[in-house]
Design a protein around this ligand. Sequence first.
Ligand SMILES: Cc1cc2nc3c(=O)[nH]c(=O)nc-3n(C[C@H](O)[C@H](O)[C@H](O)COP(=O)(O)OP(=O)(O)OC[C@H]3O[C@@H](n4cnc5c(N)ncnc54)[C@H](O)[C@@H]3O)c2cc1C
Length: 391
Amino acid sequence: MKSLFLDIIMENQNHYDFIICGGGASGLILAQIFGNDPYFDNKKVLILEKEIKSQNDRTWSFWEEKNSVWDSITHKAWKTAEFKAAQFSKKIDLNPFQYKMIRGEDFYKKLHENLEKKSNITFLKEEVTSIDDEGEEVRVLGKKNFYLAKKVFTSIPPSDHLREKEKYPLLHQHFIGWFVETENPIFDPETLQFMDFDLPQKGNTRFIYVLPFSKNKALVEYTLFSANLLENKEYEEAILEYLNKKNAGEIVIQDREQGSIPMTAYPFWNKNTPNKMHIGTAGGWTKSSTGFTFQKTIRKAKETASFLKTGKPLNQVKQKNRFWFYDLLFLDVLSKHNEKGHLLFSLMFKKNSPELIFKFLDEKTTFKEELKIMLSFPVGLFVNALWKRIF
Ligand SMILES: Cc1cc2nc3c(=O)[nH]c(=O)nc-3n(C[C@H](O)[C@H](O)[C@H](O)COP(=O)(O)OP(=O)(O)OC[C@H]3O[C@@H](n4cnc5c(N)ncnc54)[C@H](O)[C@@H]3O)c2cc1C
């Protein structure tokens, strides 16, 4: 009897309206949207995160128009970008957009500070081991305790999430970046290097990406869109080669970052249940044709919060749209002709204004505009991919 009584008390204490598993980018952004919306003021929200996220474990870059809530923690913003390939290069005025960079450390600090002010939102350091939608409620098991909620959102990467590789080709945006200080002033601090394909492609899509902070300080990344990761040595040798080619002189590596972001049209949302939803990269919130995730996460988190108000089951959130299909075709082509990436991106930048390209990648274009972008590519490659998807 005593044990039953204790069980009931425990269950009440551990009972929440919403649990967010994973307090990284998507988990914190979703929590922030709950925190800013009075509708959620009387909802108990729990965030479970296995690590203390206070370090600069990554930097997020994204484009947006003019000012936003991120400006207070924007490390640097650029108004001009450069696209470069062997056969074509272009300096791009990003107006009306700005390309902004946020350091992970500043992002975590700001969001934690905001969330700490909300008495209905609790943050716990806990490693989640299982999440079971039991119909009436969802049971989340952690290494320290168990927790119950009406709805659960998880950004924890599922172990089996990319099983259907045959049906949905899987590439990665993978890279190593060095934060360098160079002896010579080789960078233009006003212009970011969006993609520099003017280097050996070795049968893949390979480019250098540079975020310059001053004439001799920058983040320089060697990036691939391809199926297989490289040995660390290969990324680093390529960065060194690029810097030497630019006559950097002596180089001091102040910090480094490394990542591998899945690029796949796999419908992650098929794993959602009425009360459990995958979010972030684990929920398909990464733009699969580019690996950009930050802005899409903000948009998707807002849509999710609005959807919650309808009271409908979470597996009814509509995720597939025509942009998903464009990304699927693009990935079909890029995985089959990985060596043609530089050509596809060159054509896109040559034949379209940057404003249209960014609007398209933000999934805000009209069908007519999308047709214009699609016609910039070699039609045969895409017709072939389309044919295979249809038949
Ligand atoms: C180095 C790097 C740089 C990137 N740069 C950009 C960029 O410039 N622009 C852009 O748009 N995208 C970028 N991305 C892609 C994407 O924006 C990030 O990966 C983003 O962090 C994804 O958000 P998420 O919430 O899905 O995952 P995460 O931010 O990784 O959050 C998942 C969280 O779950 C926690 N977790 C995992 N397992 C458990 C568990 N069992 N229990 C509890 N917690 C758990 C993790 O500790 C983590 O905090 C980058 C990615 C990397 C790796």
